[in-house]
Design a protein around this ligand. Structure first.
Ligand SMILES: CCCCCCCCCCCCCC(=O)CC(=O)SCCNC(=O)CCNC(=O)[C@H](O)C(C)(C)COP(=O)(O)OP(=O)(O)OC[C@H]1O[C@@H](n2cnc3c(N)ncnc32)[C@H](O)[C@@H]1OP(=O)(O)O
Ligand SMILES: NC(=O)C1=CN([C@@H]2O[C@H](COP(=O)(O)OP(=O)(O)OC[C@H]3O[C@@H](n4cnc5c(N)ncnc54)[C@H](O)[C@@H]3O)[C@@H](O)[C@H]2O)C=CC1
Length: 309
């Protein structure tokens, strides 16, 4: 508790506030983080591995901004158009990681949920970014401390766990490791608030708060499906109508991405092999192997291809 009280004593002067950010990974989450940062006064550089992927990222940001703009400026089309153009003007897409981090206050990593790939990236970032730059990971399930161990800036490292879809979900879990300095943690909390998020403070424990509770629930849904107790549709309807959830477990898994879901389970099974809850799900592994990744591939537990809607 003392740790949290200490942080509240710090205040960051405007000059030291996080203003320039670099998002690595322009997928579901990275594009959403870049979008929200751009609409809240930040300069954003968004990095991915190819121009094609970046074009897709920008297109999905445009589509999302159009939806937000339509609601925000319902009676003023010109204002909605300006909102979209201003936001896009704050986002610079690039494949050049070194260039992307040479002058930035914060790097947010939102790449594939794989420790080795994250380690390779953070080793490169640690060499290329200025000393003052803070690093944060948007990981769903991997220990922040383990991700940070390949860098020389554990005092300037934390977790910023956004929720999907980033433009709509208010929550941001802000995670510190024992080495995170109070100044860094304060800046991460203030950045979260500047992004319009409700920040909660988390220790570096598996799944932080939400996923620690969400993964067991979603895994139990999978076991229920495997036993043939009920259909995916009925399980989803039951949780929406019976528990008031906006999405049932299978619609949500499709929304998150079945590849990401599988990476999370595989990672926790590796770390906690004795826990039956994280026993790999053959059904999930087959779907991912068959390219059924959920919404992002057009099919997962449900079909999202236009013709079938
Ligand atoms: C079970 C299988 C195996 C599981 C294995 C276990 C693995 C477990 C994985 C754990 C998860 C890991 C992920 C993670 O780390 C943490 C997360 O992010 S968990 C996910 C959290 N998110 C949710 O739970 C989302 C739940 N859904 C909702 O809140 C709503 O459905 C949603 C906000 C998505 C959509 O709103 P809704 O009212 O339901 O319907 P609409 O789609 O009509 O939207 C209404 C309105 O809202 C605006 N809007 C919606 N989406 C967007 C967007 N992306 N961008 C901009 N604006 C948006 C828009 O104005 C909409 O109006 P329109 O007229 O439709 O435009
Ligand atoms: N999908 C979800 O609902 C949520 C996911 N997360 C976490 O966010 C991270 C990203 O997840 P998603 O956006 O769903 O994945 P995604 O698969 O949609 O996007 C990942 C992106 O990273 C890019 N990438 C991979 N390696 C890269 C590298 N070395 N350099 C640059 N770009 C690289 C890929 O090309 C891809 O565009 C994961 O750690 C995940 O656990 C966190 C909250 C919610």
């Amino acid at each position: 508790m003392a740790q949290l009280t200490q942080v509240s004593r710090f205040s960051t002067s405007a000059a030291n506030m996080i203003k320039k950010i670099t998002v690595i990974g322009g997928g579901l989450m990275g594009s959403g983080i870049a979008q929200v940062a751009a609409t809240t006064g930040h300069k954003v550089t968004m990095v991915d591995t190819s121009e094609d992927i970046l074009q897709k990222s920008v297109k999905s940001i445009q589509a999302s901004l159009a939806r937000v703009g339509k609601k925000k400026f319902a009676n003023d089309e010109a204002a909605g158009k300006k909102f979209l153009e201003d936001a896009l003007s704050h986002i610079k897409p690039t494949v050049n990681i070194k260039e992307a981090v040479k002058d930035t206050d914060l790097v947010i990593e939102a790449i594939v949920e794989n420790m080795d790939v994250k380690h390779k990236l953070f080793r490169e970032l640690d060499q290329a970014a200025p000393q003052h730059t803070i690093f944060a990971s948007n990981t769903s399930s991997l220990p922040i401390g383990k991700i940070a161990e390949v860098t020389s800036r554990k005092d300037r490292f934390g977790g910023l766990h956004f929720f999907n879809p980033v433009p709509m979900m208010k929550l941001l879990e802000v995670i510190r490791i024992p080495e995170t300095s109070d100044e860094t943690y304060k800046k991460l909390l203030e950045f979260g608030k500047a992004m319009g998020k409700h920040t909660v403070e988390c220790k570096d424990t598996p799944g932080f708060i939400v996923n620690r509770l969400l993964v067991p629930y979603m895994m139990e849904a999978t076991r229920m499906l495997e036993r043939g107790d009920a259909s995916a549709q009925d399980i989803d309807s039951a949780m929406k109508l019976g528990a008031g959830y906006p999405m049932g477990p299978f619609e949500l898994a499709d929304y998150v991405g079945l590849d990401t879901c599988m990476f999370i389970i595989d990672g926790w099974h590796k770390d906690y092999p004795e826990n039956p809850l994280f026993k790999p799900v053959p059904l999930l592994q087959k779907m991912v192997a068959d390219g059924k990744l959920g919404r992002k591939s057009g099919e997962g537990f449900f079909n999202y291809k236009k013709s079938s809607m």
